[in-house]
Design a protein around this ligand. Sequence first.
Ligand code: ATP
Ligand code: CA
Ligand code: CA
Length: 422
Amino acid sequence: RPLVGNLIGEDHVNYVLMYNMLTGIRIAVSRCQAKMRRPVTDDDFIARHKYSFDIVGNELTPSAKYDFKFKDYAPWVFRDLREDCFQLDPADYLLSLTAKYILSELGSPGKSGSFFYFSRDYRFIIKTIRHSEHKFLLSVLKQYYAHVKSNPHTLLSRFYGLHRVKLPRGRKIHFVIMNNLFPPHKDIHETYDLKGSTVGRIYPEEKAMKNPRAVLKDLNWINRGKTLEFGPEKRALFTEQLRRDSELLKSINVMDYSLLVGIHHMRRGNKENVRSNTLKVFSPSVPSIRRKSTVKGGRSPEAIAIRRAMRESDPRRLGSEALQLPEEDTGDRQQFIFYQDEGGLQATDEVNQPMDTLYYLGIIDILTPYKSLKKVEHFWKGLSADRHKISPVPPAEYADRFFSFMKVIIRGGGDPTRFKAE
Ligand code: ATP
Ligand code: CA
Ligand code: CA
């Protein structure tokens, strides 16, 4: 299965950023992982580890220079989330992201200005986030952690790491690493981003016909008369998890999140090779790089260990080989209810027997707190449309509406047209 998209070399505008992000992740994560596992403490939630990189090119690439700082936030908390809650194999995680420096960039980033990158094997997403989102995630990390601990089957975005790259002129880029809800081995034939709001929530149908990768919205779902096909068992499990997740989102005061739904029709299979988004691939072709690192902490054992790790790691992380995605599920998510069937959830009939649709679902974009900006937007949008049906409403109302909408879109759940504005 070839990856869709164009190969992009060193001249790509975000090449250096990608290099810095991946180098930082590789060094910071392996440093944390080299230590014995221990229980998470209160201090771990406010811990930050700083790294300073000064990597210079050799005779062949005299101009190569990577001079940046990297900050790793709450590394022990994220390690525990990855290994204990989300059952990721620690070596796998690092290999997927950094064995080769290859990322693919999502075609058209959302209106927030965030960039999305997929790991080479399509399992992980790096999303650049705003400083406000970054501060917010840190401020609710304890609640998020506690929620995930007591809800191993949560539908919320799975955060695996929170980091920052600082470029020489002081530009700071914050980013999270999270799960890609969509599988590497199945085409997604339809994608919906659902909020439970209907005002303006439509993707033009004429355009949707021409673009199978379009991300459709609430009104498309309603107008097309779609339903989530779940039998009693899956319906009950899904509804209960959604209820608990919405309660958490309400309690941390966020809004604007959505349920992302990817649909794979098993009869159509993979032949169209349709992706949910256009991918562009970074393909670094740096011949050789010699690292000279300055690590804070001078002669401390840690600093020495990091310098050694950097020296010993393969300096060439090229990625010009052909990219192929697997034909089969890697099986790494099977222990999670909502990701148990081919990495997703298979439709079932009223006697819980499997049907020929696979759903890939999860709650995404959960880092927008309800603050002044949204209140202003609420006011203006509220003047011209039904105040309760627009997308920016206060968190409690948002969560309740979100939950009620998701209940009615399940087969037999009721009539979703009542969510439409007059
Ligand atoms: P905005 O704030 O304008 O909605 P954003 O930059 O915060 O945009 P998101 O809403 O997080 O972006 O995501 C935009 C799109 O990217 C989603 O509709 C979906 O198609 C894709 N996407 C985001 N997160 C994931 C994920 N975890 N797995 C798969 N696809 C994702
Ligand atoms: Ca969004
Ligand atoms: Ca957003």
